[in-house]
Design a binder for this molecule. Structure first.
Ligand SMILES: O=C(O)CCC(=O)C(=O)O
Length: 296
């Protein structure tokens, strides 16, 4: 039995830490309540509506909306980073005590946050993030030390996720293979990139669907191959709320989120992925290619 699986944290099932380490991922069931998910759905909807007011990808400091045009669907929003700065419902989740309870056995209680991200799989767009390892986004590499044991991605199912609405796929045990530098291909976020996985010597037939109920939380690490999954529904936006955490001592980037086990509020935006944070802090429509790519 995990020392952490207690009556007050019933969502921490026995052996989740070992499962995470061995298979490279785990899913914690029923972490957030139906009422909390209802509030998060509203936050997702108002964020999407805000994103649609932008003519293209837009950034203000760490806050970013990824806005694209699809030949038939038209304008759509695939993701938003750091909306926690603008929306208290989203902000509350990132340093919720349940997050600390989940993370503490894995990375301790001095933690920075390097991802706060909302994903939509807008029907008809085929947008799927392609199979990848998150290590691709942990740059500059020297700022992220002991990545495999210091960094945990968490993702909350806002809708139920199943194969039909493009549940993210995972390749169990792939995290043991280190940085495979999977071929990004030209069509970065629209191609599921199973070929790239095969080229890296792994079997795409072993991919599984990360099936989630509303309120479940999936965890995976920076070397886990994941992504893909096409939304074939007509009207389900398959919403996922991702928060990524790192052991503070092993990362020079990131927003402090727990210090000695206490939640840290958002005060001053920290340098994370946006290299021009201090030289171009004003709202703008970025034109460089790097800003168009989602970094996860
Ligand atoms: O939303 C998804 O299905 C993709 C998530 C993902 O691949 C990521 O955050 O790295």
């Amino acid at each position: 039995m995990n020392a952490t699986a207690t009556a007050t944290q019933p969502f921490l099932h026995d052996g989740y830490v070992e499962e995470y380490r061995e298979r490279g991922y785990t899913i914690l069931r029923g972490v957030f309540t139906a009422a909390e998910i209802a509030a998060l759905k509203q936050a997702f909807d108002r964020t999407y509506a805000e994103g649609m007011t932008h003519r293209a990808t837009w950034r203000h400091q760490n806050r970013t909306f990824w806005v694209s045009e699809h030949p038939t669907v038209g304008r759509f929003v695939s993701g938003c980073q750091w909306q926690a700065w603008a929306d208290p419902v989203l902000d509350r989740v990132r340093n919720d005590p349940r997050m600390l309870a989940i993370l503490k056995p894995l990375i301790g209680e001095d933690i920075k946050q390097i991802i706060n991200q909302m994903h939509w799989k807008t029907p008809g767009t085929g947008y799927n993030w392609g199979l990848h390892q998150d290590v691709r986004s942990r740059t500059p590499a020297h700022c992220f030390r002991e990545l495999g044991t210091s960094y945990v991605q968490t993702a909350i199912g806002i809708d139920r996720h199943w194969a039909g609405n493009g549940a993210m796929k995972l390749l169990p045990f792939s995290h043991t293979r280190g940085n495979l530098q999977i071929d990004g291909g030209a069509n970065h976020h629209y191609d599921t990139r199973e070929e790239g996985v095969a080229k890296a010597g792994l079997d795409p037939a072993k991919l599984i669907d990360c099936e989630l109920a509303e309120g479940d939380v999936a965890l995976w690490g920076p070397y886990m191959i994941h992504g893909g999954g096409i939304n074939t529904t007509a009207d389900n936006y398959r919403r996922l709320y991702i928060n990524g955490y790192v052991k503070a001592a092993n990362c020079d980037r990131g927003q402090p989120v727990f210090h000695r086990g206490q939640p840290v509020p958002l005060t001053i935006p920290a340098l994370i992925q946006y290299e021009d944070l201090y030289v171009r802090p004003e709202p703008h429509y970025p034109t460089d290619k790097a800003s168009q790519l989602q970094r996860d």
